[in-house]
Design a protein around this ligand. Structure first.
Ligand SMILES: [Fe+2]
Ligand SMILES: [Fe+2]
Length: 369
């Protein structure tokens, strides 16, 4: 019997196929026979546009399994979004934005500046002492503020004496968590905010991620995940949305005008694209395949999902934050069912019962998601 194509095979095919189309060539092969995702129609770039593009650099993580998988997932989400968009003639900017986001993640997802990569490398260095790390990170006032804010958040610091220095903050947040705060701090400065009507959405996404980090850290033991890793992925779990806003901002600057987008379309695009884009950003910024997979599946919307403590922790933490923001008590039984969770429900309930979640969210209850 011939081997059956896998989802990875199909993702790789879609990935090659899109590159071929964007380079103005016909796809040279056919999709795997039993692939469950429909072959992708072209994103309808006007004839000749692709040929005016400079030669593309190798796509991000081309030779990496996770990179190929999430590139394929991004392309599939893009095709679904594009296929369902019927007002193409009225809104040509939609195609422009989608092409900018999907064409090449190596361009769409900005590379971190050298200084940021140096700071992250310091966090990754096995032989660096905490004192030396604290001294290096303590030179950036914004970073110090971010580290202290997280270390003293209600979920991480509740009931304990406040930490006042970077060294103690690193001890409380953990090395993986510190790396995530450093990365989030870099990403804050890296990605452009389109401003205007989108500014409150961008601010709300950041606030939501900053709150979800400590929640994930607290809930991780109940879900069988590592608290520091859970904190790290939660702190950046919706960063794919910020990548889209960054591209939107870049296009607006280039065209010197606001993009014309249908009412409500951006929310739909954010919802459908941000998981695979976030996964690709996690890979590009060195969070690793496990973090990328957790970020890429944090809504746990697929019919069947692998057991993944990190992704399950992330799903639960962000749902708890959404509930708290709306002033609702999370129904854990429903969340366990919807998210196909395998963690300890009673332990999670005890954690949430003990922790002053509402206090964490005080002042944010009226903000939009
Ligand atoms: Fe999300
Ligand atoms: Fe979220």
């Amino acid at each position: 019997l011939a081997p059956q194509p896998t989802v990875s095979d199909h993702a790789a095919f879609m990935f090659r196929s899109l590159l071929d189309r964007l380079r103005g060539r016909r796809a040279a092969s056919t999709p795997p026979r039993s692939a469950s995702v429909a072959p992708a129609p072209p994103p309808s770039a006007p004839a000749g546009r692709a040929s005016r593009q400079p030669p593309e650099p190798p796509p991000v993580d081309q030779h990496d399994d996770a990179g190929i998988r999430w590139r394929g997932a991004l392309i599939a989400a893009h095709e679904e979004l594009w296929t369902g968009f019927t007002a193409r003639r009225d809104y040509p900017d939609v195609e422009q934005l989608l092409t900018a986001v999907v064409r090449d993640p190596a361009t769409a997802i900005r590379q971190l500046p050298t200084a940021a990569r140096d700071a992250l490398a310091l966090c990754d260095a096995a032989d660096v002492s905490r004192t030396r790390l604290a001294a290096a990170l303590g030179k950036d006032p914004a970073l110090v503020q971010a580290l202290l804010r997280q270390a003293n958040s209600a979920m991480l610091g509740g009931g304990r004496a406040p930490v006042l220095g970077v060294d103690a903050a690193i001890g409380r947040i953990g090395l993986a968590g510190t790396r995530a705060v450093v990365l989030a701090n870099c990403v804050t400065g890296l990605l452009s905010n389109p401003g205007g009507a989108f500014a409150p959405m961008v601010a709300a996404i950041w606030d939501h991620m900053v709150r979800t980090g400590p929640l994930a850290h607290a809930l991780a033991p109940a879900m069988g995940a590592d608290p520091d890793e859970a904190f790290a992925v939660a702190l950046l779990h919706d960063v794919g949305k910020l990548v889209i806003f960054d591209r939107l901002s870049a296009l607006r600057t280039a065209s010197r005008r606001d993009l014309m987008l249908p009412p409500g379309w951006i929310s739909q695009a954010l919802g459908m694209l941000h998981e695979p884009l976030g996964a690709l950003a996690a890979l590009r910024w060195g969070l690793g395949p496990a973090a990328a997979d957790a970020i890429g599946r944090h809504h746990r919307a697929a019919e069947t999902l692998p057991q993944d403590p990190l992704a399950e922790t992330l799903f639960l933490a962000e749902r708890v934050d959404h509930c708290a923001r709306r002033g609702q008590v999370p129904d854990l039984l429903v969340l366990w069912d919807v998210g196909q969770l395998s963690g300890d429900l009673d332990a999670a309930a005890a954690i949430l019962g003990e922790d002053p979640t509402v206090e964490v969210l005080e002042g944010d209850a009226t903000r939009a998601a």
